[in-house]
Design a protein around this ligand. Structure first.
Ligand code: F6R
Length: 260
């Protein structure tokens, strides 16, 4: 794993947006995997700015989001589709038909999960998968004890995840119990996995993911098996890393080493 430690959350988000922008600018028909959650909001804001000021074009980009709540229609205000519209899709030149999320209101959610997995494969797989991490070590909605070999499917959300996401709903009782999520194996198929974590509340999960033993009790540890994972953290999220001095030495200020 490549670990980039930036001094602030803003710098960490900007570094992450830069990695996404490089992929979009240098890949023929790029395919991005996208995430939702508060951590991603600044990344999308930075990408919109790059689109407006640096002419970063998404015209040939296809996107697949990690997950969607079961039961919510694409026009439900709390659906991840609407979140993505508000944060990114409606502000850049992505083709509306190229922006994919699982359909939360599909009549058969199991069949929808299979369709979604096949749609990613049909596009040739994901070039860069953007990820956040839950306090319990989830990525996408792969909660602890998820199979590390799972593909897109239905997951029941843990109580802690539902409580963490209740802030987005008027009534905590409205938080859906189920989600369609890419599986760990789907995520590991991406050619580059980029995970952003900021703030002290993520420090424990970040340390487990990077330096802890591989295991289903912290699904993000599966990224240790990925040949190309970049973890971008701010100093607060990095606070519990035993080897922080090493990461800072290799990547001062989150930069690549100059090997001449
Ligand atoms: C949602 C997703 C989740 C979030 C995670 C962190 O699409 O993939 O794994 O990334 O729950 O969410 P925040 O950033 O709100 O702490």
């Amino acid at each position: 794993m490549k670990v980039l430690v930036l001094p602030t959350a803003e710098r960490a988000a900007a570094r992450t947006a830069g990695l996404v922008a490089d992929t979009v600018a240098t890949t023929d028909q790029p395919v991005l995997g996208l995430a939702t959650g508060s951590t991603m909001e600044q990344v999308y804001a930075d990408l919109v700015t790059l689109h407006r000021t640096d002419s970063l074009s998404f015209a040939t980009t296809t996107t697949f989001n990690l997950d969607e709540y079961v039961g919510l229609s694409p026009d439900h205000p709390q659906s991840y589709r609407q979140t993505m519209e508000a944060l990114l899709f409606s502000h850049v030149d992505l083709h509306p038909q190229a922006c994919h999320l699982p359909r939360g209101n599909a009549p058969n959610p199991y069949a929808e999960a299979e369709r979604y997995e096949a749609a990613i494969a049909a596009k040739g797989g994901i070039d860069l998968q953007l990820l956040g991490i839950g306090h319990n070590g989830h990525i996408g909605f792969n909660e602890p004890t998820s199979s590390l070999g799972a593909r897109t499917r239905i997951k029941t959300l843990t109580r802690s995840t539902r409580e963490a996401n209740a802030r987005f709903f008027d009534d905590p009782k409205d938080v859906p119990r189920y989600a369609i999520t890419m599986g760990i194996a789907t995520i590991l198929d991406a050619r580059h996995a980029v995970l952003l974590a900021t703030g002290s509340s993520k420090a424990e999960a970040v340390a487990r993911m990077i330096e802890g033993p591989l295991g289903a009790d912290c699904p993000a540890t599966a990224l240790q098996m990925h040949p190309r994972t970049t973890v971008v953290v701010d100093r607060e999220a990095a606070a519990k890393l035993c080897m922080i001095d090493y990461y800072l030495e290799i990547h001062p200020d989150g930069e690549e080493p100059d090997l001449g």
